[in-house]
Design a binder for this molecule. Structure first.
Ligand code: DGJ
Length: 724
């Protein structure tokens, strides 16, 4: 709900429990009065008047003590005495970088518009939007902040539109999607940071005076940082305390920063990374920023996660599969790598079918001359020699075994050693006169080009039309270097990073419109593009190339902060683990992989009868509780020894599944009890496999007894059925 109080010049945006209040000052500057839990008073315009004046700072508009640098802005400009980091910066044709955008008008309406060319949220029943228009009198240009309130989801989203109403070109040097100013610096900063193979670990640090934050310059959201930041009260933990967070519906270069000024105020921003970015806006044109999701919770990090999970499942993910149960799959990558033929594939598929797997995914190596990572990307023609005939026939044979068929592709890439490169050397991202860097022996197609977009759409469309493929794994194994596009004029070269992502979104959008029932799993060398932009199109994402159960604990915990567990693909793989050489039991690998969207990536032809039987039972178990595993509420549980244990639970109206993993077994220690959460206090919960029944409050206040670990990496799981 959005309310305008004309007399107070205040706009209150409410969701069921939260509030964002904006004030319009007599000068036309627009300030953020409040963001947090809904409060009863709706008149907050006194706040800015009560800010005590610091010495030294400059006055504005010749008004004594009107010090912009002390005000909490909603979208600060560059060129005035607020000398903190602005939310945007433009360069005008005369070389000026000075902007003065002040309140012009606003409009409130029910619903929300799509953002042209970009993925965005929609589809809530109670949804209203505020369009707040700011105008620069000198140039006549306008900026519109579009803020939507998803009432029942307790979520706000924001994107920005820039309108060039002048007769001159406007260069956008920097354009954030959101800016929040707080009048304190008593916060910790949480980010999801890491690297290939150890993506999205939770990092938490106290903030300090100065500029700090995260970004990606990799052409993708990247393995290093997820496009997310949160400021939390120092006392905030999993289940209590304030969290102010931002997540970006975008898959390219981003920046998320926090700046603490000289007077202990904090500015928090999220947007396209201004590094190597510029957008040239001709007269009459509009620029749209990607959308940012703003989540406030006063119920700690678990509270925040609940809000993101439900919102993404119901209002972001567009795929027909988003809210459907996902198949248990087997992927042949770690089983065979490039070394397979028809016989291996069919034998693997037969074994998979016997243990209850539902989908067979043929990974890299099925096309062109690709028997290693040094050729054929771009030549998406089945290697009939390797496949023992046509792809169509192979799929038929796999289908006969009772399995659906999925195929790996890396559409954005091209090998120098490919027919496509011979025909179109100009299609790659490159700067004429320089030899572009190869990474994993591959170059990147220039997705900003229409001809490249059309080639990919036509190629993938015909693969899908001609073959019974129900799933695609859309991989992307290198970041973008040598940023240059042959077709862009020099003034537009810095647009390439953003145009690449717009091209990618266009291709995905077009293909999904043609093949709405194909389930696409996104992958970027594991979790190199695990972001809400991809989630809009691809309702599941390969979480990490690191499949070790113990290493996965930290990555999956980080991902679970924001993204619904069903979006997080997790596979049981072989031991010794291929990335870290660790030995873990099949039980532990199964329990950890069941935290998300479950599958296997293991050579069943090498597996013992005993292991296959255990996998069969694992799959039966997962299928029995699949709905709870995939769509239940996911809570991270408090454990006694945070360094050595992880625990989580899944909860829906009927079932509770609790999982617990020890890293190391320790001698002469006694396990503490594990307390559950968010159960109905007076309801009874029966422990499956026993006749024991517990009350909800009993499980939450006393908890369940943990096993004493008999070896390192020991995992346990319990299922409770709610009786009444
Ligand atoms: C990287 C992916 O993350 C792997 O799962 C696999 O698909 C390889 N690429 C194939 O090249």
């Amino acid at each position: 709900m959005i309310q305008y109080q004309e007399e107070q010049q205040q706009l209150n945006l409410y969701t069921e429990n939260n509030q964002l209040s904006i004030g319009i000052l007599p000068s036309g500057h627009v300030v953020l009065l409040y963001f947090g839990k809904k409060i009863t008073s709706d008149s907050l315009s006194y706040i800015t008047g009560e800010i005590k004046r610091a010495s030294y700072l400059a006055d504005t508009d010749s008004i004594k003590d009107f010090k912009l640098e002390q005000l909490p802005f909603i979208y600060p400009a560059y060129g005035n005495p607020d000398l903190r980091t602005p939310a945007f910066q433009f360069t005008y044709e005369n070389g000026s970088r000075i902007s003065d955008y002040r309140y012009k008008t606003h409009r409130i309406y029910d619903g929300k518009k799509k953002i042209p060319g970009l993925p965005s949220t929609n589809t809530a029943t109670k949804l209203s939007t505020l369009e707040l228009v700011l105008k620069d009198e000198i140039t006549s240009n306008e900026i519109m902040l579009s803020i939507s309130c998803f009432d029942e989801y307790d979520i706000f989203t924001q994107h920005v539109e820039v309108f060039n109403y002048s007769k001159e070109k406007l260069k956008i040097n920097q354009i954030m999607s959101v800016n929040l100013d707080f009048l304190t610096d008593k916060f910790d900063l949480i980010t999801l940071s890491g690297a290939w193979g150890r993506e999205s670990h939770i990092h938490r640090n106290k903030i300090r005076q100065g500029y700090q934050g995260i970004d990606s310059k990799r052409g993708a959201s990247g393995h290093g940082q997820n496009p997310f930041i949160a400021l939390v009260d120092p006392s905030t933990n999993e289940n209590s305390g304030n969290v102010y967070s931002m997540n970006f519906i975008y898959s390219g270069n981003f920046i998320a920063n926090v700046e603490v000024d000289m007077h202990q105020n904090t500015r928090m921003q999220l947007g396209i990374n201004p590094f190597d970015f510029e957008w040239c806006l001709s007269p009459g044109e509009v620029f749209y920023t990607p959308e940012a999701v703003l989540v406030f919770s006063n119920e700690g990090l678990n509270g925040m996660s609940q809000l993101y999970h439900r919102f993404y499942l119901e209002c972001l993910m567009q795929s027909n599969h988003a809210r459907k149960e996902r198949p248990v799959l087997i992927n042949n990558w770690e089983a065979t790598y490039f070394d397979f033929n028809k016989e291996t594939i069919l034998s693997l598929a037969k074994e998979a079918s016997e243990i209850g797997i539902e989908l067979f995914v043929l990974d890299d190596g099925w096309f062109g001359e690709r028997n290693g990572d040094n050729s054929s990307l771009g030549d998406w023609v089945p290697n009939e020699k390797k496949l023992g005939g046509s792809l169509k026939n192979l799929i038929k044979d796999v289908n006969k075994l009772g399995l659906d068929f999925g195929l790996w592709l890396e559409p954005e890439m091209i090998s120098r050693n490919s027919n496509l490169f011979k025909e179109h050397p100009d299609w790659i991202i490159q700067v004429p006169g320089r030899v572009p860097q190869q990474v994993r022996n591959q170059l990147v197609l220039d997705l900003s080009r229409k001809d490249v977009q059309n080639f990919l759409i036509e190629t993938i469309d015909s693969l899908l039309k001609e073959n019974n493929i129900t799933y695609l794994k859309w991989d992307m194994n290198r970041n973008l270097t040598d940023m240059g596009s042959i077709l862009l004029e020099s003034d537009y070269q810095k647009e390439l990073g953003h145009r690449y992502i717009l091209g990618l979104y266009f291709i995905l959008e077009t293909l999904l419109a043609k093949h709405p029932d194909v389930l696409i799993e996104s992958c970027a060398g594991g979790g190199g593009r695990f972001d809400p932009g991809m989630l809009y199109y691809t309702p599941q994402i390969w979480t990490s190339d690191n499949t070790d159960a113990i290493e996965r604990l930290a990555t999956q915990e980080g991902i679970s902060l924001l993204y619904p567990p069903v979006s997080m693909s997790c596979h049981v793989s072989a031991v010794p683990n291929h990335q870290v050489g660790r030995m873990t039991t099949l039980n532990t690998r199964g329990i950890v992989a069941q935290q998300g969207n479950f599958g296997y990536e293991i050579n069943l032809l090498d597996a013992t009868m005993e292991d296959k039987l255990q996998m069969k039972l694992q799959i039966e178990f997962y299928k029995k509780y699949r709905n709870t595993f995939q769509f239940g509420q996911h809570y991270r549980l408090n454990v006694y020894d945070e360094q050595n244990e992880k625990a989580w639970m899944k909860l829906d109206a009927k079932k509770v599944i609790v999982s617990h993993v020890y890293r190391l077994a320790k001698v002469n220690t006694v396990p503490k009890r594990l307390k559950l959460q968010n159960l109905e206090e007076t309801a009874s919960y029966r422990l499956e496999g026993t006749k024991r029944t517990f009350k909800g409050d009993e499980l939450m206040e006393i908890g369940i007894a943990l096993d004493k670990p008999t070896h390192d990496f020991y995992a346990s799981q319990w299922v409770f059925t709610r009786e009444k």
